[in-house]
Design a binder for this molecule. Sequence first.
Ligand code: E4P
Length: 217
Amino acid sequence: MKFFIDSADIEKISALNEIGLVDGVTTNPSIIAKSGLDFKNVIREICELVEGPVSAEVVATDAEQMIIEGRELRKIADNVCVKLPLTMDGLKACNQFSKEGIPTNVTLCFSPNQALLAAKVGATYISPFIGRLDDITLDGMDLISDIRMIYDNYGFETEILAASIRNVNHVKQCALAGADVMTAPPDVVEKLSTHPLTDKGLSAFLKDWKKTGQTIL
Ligand code: E4P
């Protein structure tokens, strides 16, 4: 499963990238607003930092303007992936980009049928939002499993990019359900490495090693 970082925080993306845990980055207009940074500048900076796709979202609501905005975003860097909302206009724009070989991430997916439409118009990624379904007491993970089955039934190549991930359990469940990619905030990725028994075990090993009086170097 590929790891994308759902953030515009350059320092945090950079730190995880150095560890080798960044296969791509996703942003959305809310993340950009929260960062307080200039949209195109921060996308450019992230694109220079990471080799993988960097999702930058259009804000137009009609297909023609989405296409114009998407082309503008693609001028920033070759690894910009145009993020489009799952509306009929977004699907139309996706279809056009797909014909041109421009990578797309169709976002705000909340149903298997929406994911089916995105695959039919050649989306590179579909972003089902797990956390936001959980928020309204539905099971977001069922959506990932349903889309996996539908895509496998027909051999669709659109990659399932599990989004709106809020905790480490979501990550495990996505991996079990066969999501191709998951995108999570940096703190969720950091938490994946932690386990109290790892800390306890390491502390005991180091204590015992000290007793030997030896050094490795
Ligand atoms: C993904 O592309 C979205 O930017 C993101 O995962 C949304 O997450 P949220 O529901 O926590 O805002």
